[in-house]
Design a protein around this ligand. Structure first.
Ligand SMILES: [Zn+2]
Ligand SMILES: [Zn+2]
Ligand SMILES: [Zn+2]
Ligand SMILES: [Zn+2]
Ligand SMILES: [Zn+2]
Ligand SMILES: [Zn+2]
Length: 653
């Protein structure tokens, strides 16, 4: 906690049992895609000199003359570029050095009566010329200004590692956001003058601002006490989650409150998160949602333009109790989809194949071989268009269904919707509390394929009852994926936090131990898509050979009397190649789960009688898939952000 002059105190409360509630998405599990043989992908990268993230191009720019090759920012200098060497250029730049601060004197350039120049910052503090002690008039040096227009100046933070050189017009703007600019102390108010590198910010806070409390978790409550204190007051606390530290600041100025969150991290890192601030109480709710600021840019500007949660003293009183105001902070990651979601891996059930759409003509050319007496090329193309339309509106449709279900659906067993450890078998709990292999609770069925008891019989019975109850209701239902026509999307039904808990507390530690970072990445399995598929004679009875859009798949048989329907596994998927060989068969037994690598090709044999329900959790690692999308086997170039309560394809920008 910190205050501007006024001393104040606050306490904080952790909120129990709450978790972020991200939502559904649909991506297809896929048969090995059969992409057009002639596909070429062109990568283009546009460069904007005013952004600090293009170090490669910049590197070339320091040693050579600023040839007019980079962008409009350098255009003005092209005439100089062609006629001077880099040493000459450096000599020229040095002429602009301010004798006081050694930064550059940039236009408008003022000189003393003898022609000495000084930078405008230093000039404000001087009464006489620092070089000759003569009087400082208001004499412009137009010659120097014209030369300044034609050359590039190195960034002020060159000695910290910035390799960029810019025209004087772009220099200040760049330096303001330059990644090499030192970080300031993120505490509000101007009292602490600390500066340093990002790595040292937390250390500084721990040493110099000991009174700031840190809470762990994605969903916490910050209680600001004594909000009626007069004058300008700040409340500060830290939130630690997703391996990062965030600082929440509540500022009171002139009876207005401003609440905002900043990340102890770079701007790029901040882009990966969304925070929500909520005031709740007395049947009222006030919400603000945004991307946190990086402490590098700070929060002052945002507060100035009200780019934060703003409310007045009267509103604060409506939500406060005994002069204390509780603010709920929910931090989540901004998940994205790979752009291949919209056109790649389109499953055509008629021909039991996946296709990739580029254009109509291209489709007719590439998929001639799919024509049969039942399916003309045009019929298939129509089916492709229909699927593309479905995907374009997919997220909005899912959101509508989820909202309607939340509002209108009456569950049969409402207690199932909140995860409880009693749903799990004791053996599973033991296994996940100290995950290791070999273990008496874990059976290895093949390479990377493990089975284990998961749920209790009671849970499975009630869960199936609930699912049947939902199926029989008039509620809108999405399809689990393009290969399964029957089933239920658990994230739409309201099971997201249930699955989050199961994944975070049990499955992620288990997967880390069994598969390691190669499969779960540095972030661990941080998102999922969960659904229940049902197989029944007369509906879907089997599932073609495919791999899943995930890193690790968890498949639990929930039961209902069935025969047949074994799971079979082949080899690991490879881009553009399907190998059918050496199958491992796995029988489904109710309450038992199978954990496998999602790209381990697999399928399901036809059931021969009864009805089978399986819970499928596709678990995803944002660090893995942000590097390589398993659906298009490319580094996702064009990531499309999704709603903050949705996991998209589990990628992060
Ligand atoms: Zn100066
Ligand atoms: Zn002088
Ligand atoms: Zn810079
Ligand atoms: Zn400080
Ligand atoms: Zn699968
Ligand atoms: Zn992709």
């Amino acid at each position: 906690m910190k205050s501007n002059g006024n001393s104040t105190t606050f306490t904080v409360h952790d909120r129990l049992g709450a978790a972020i509630a991200p939502n559904t998405n649909s991506n297809v599990p896929t048969n090995l895609p059969q992409p057009p043989t002639t596909t070429t992908t062109t990568t283009t990268c546009s460069i904007n000199l005013s952004t600090p993230n293009c170090q490669q191009i910049i590197t070339t720019n320091t040693n050579i003359m600023p040839a007019g090759s980079l962008s409009s920012a350098t255009a003005a200098s092209s005439s100089v570029a062609t006629s001077t060497s880099s040493n000459q250029h450096q000599d020229l730049v040095n002429l602009f050095e301010c004798p006081v601060c050694f930064d550059y004197a940039l236009p408008p350039i003022l000189q003393c009566q003898s022609g000495h120049i000084v930078c405008s910052q230093c000039r404000q503090k001087l009464s006489s010329c620092p070089t000759c002690r003569g009087p400082l008039g208001n004499i412009r040096n137009l010659g120097m200004e014209k030369v300044a227009d034609t050359i590039l100046f190195p960034c002020k933070y060159q000695t910290n590692g910035c390799l960029l050189s810019l025209t004087h017009k772009h220099k200040l703007e760049h330096e303001d956001s330059c990644d090499f600019r030192p970080y300031m102390c993120p505490c509000p108010g101007a009292s602490c003058k600390w500066q340093g590198s990002l790595e040292n910010v937390m250390q500084h806070l721990w040493l110099a601002h000991k009174s700031i409390t840190t809470l762990q978790g994605e969903d916490i409550v910050f209680l600001a006490t004594d909000i009626t204190l007069p004058g300008a007051v700040d409340w500060v606390m830290m939130q630690s989650c997703f391996g990062h530290h965030f600082m929440l600041v509540l500022e009171k100025q002139d009876q207005q409150f401003f609440a905002i969150v900043q990340l102890i991290g770079t701007r790029q890192q901040a882009e990966k998160f969304v925070y929500r601030l909520e005031l709740n109480g007395n049947k009222r709710r006030l919400t603000w949602e945004s991307t946190p600021k990086s402490i590098h840019e700070g929060i002052q500007q945002a507060i100035l333009i009200s780019d934060c949660l703003v409310f007045d003293g009267a509103t604060a009183l409506l939500f406060s109790e005994n002069g204390n105001l509780a603010i709920n902070i929910i931090m989540s990651k901004t998940f994205c989809r790979c752009s291949c979601f919209f056109k790649g891996n389109i499953y055509l059930e008629q021909v039991r194949s996946h296709v990739h759409y580029i254009s109509d003509d291209r489709f007719r050319e590439d998929y001639k071989n799919l024509i049969s007496s039942e399916n003309s090329l045009e019929q298939l193309l129509n089916a492709v268009h229909e699927e593309i339309r479905r995907r374009e509106t997919h997220d909005a449709d899912a959101r509508k269904r989820k909202d309607q279900i939340k509002k209108e659906y009456q569950p049969l067993h409402s207690d199932l919707y909140t995860f409880q450890p009693k749903f799990l078998s004791e053996n599973f709990k033991q296994l996940c509390s100290q995950p290791k292999f070999p273990s008496e609770y874990l059976k290895k069925l093949g390479n990377g394929i493990f089975s284990m008891p998961v749920f209790t019989n009671d849970f499975c019975t009630q869960f199936i009852e609930e699912l049947k109850h939902f199926e029989a209701s008039p509620m809108p239902k999405g399809r689990p994926n393009t290969m399964n026509n029957y089933g239920i999307l658990l994230d739409e039904l309201g099971f997201t936090s249930f699955i989050d808990e199961l994944r975070n507390q049990y499955l992620n530690p288990l997967a880390q131990a069994l598969y390691g970072e190669e499969y779960v990445g540095t972030t661990g399995l941080d998102s999922h898509k969960a659904f229940v598929v049902s197989y029944k004679i007369g509906q879907d009875v089997d599932l073609d050979y495919h791999y899943d859009n995930a890193e690790i798949t968890f498949n639990v048989s929930l039961g209902d009397q069935f025969e047949g329907g074994d799971l079979y596994f082949g080899t690991m998927a490879k881009p553009h190649r399907t190998v059918f060989s050496n199958f491992t068969f796995v029988e489904h037994k109710p309450t038992i789960g199978v954990l496998h690598r999602a790209q381990h090709l697999h399928g399901s044999e036809p059931i021969t009688s009864g009805e089978r329900y399986n819970l499928i959790i596709w678990m995803r690692s944002s660090s893995k898939r942000s590097q390589l999308c398993p659906m298009c086997w490319q580094t996702p170039e064009c990531l499309v952000p999704v709603d903050s309560d949705s996991y998209g394809d589990g990628m992060i920008k």
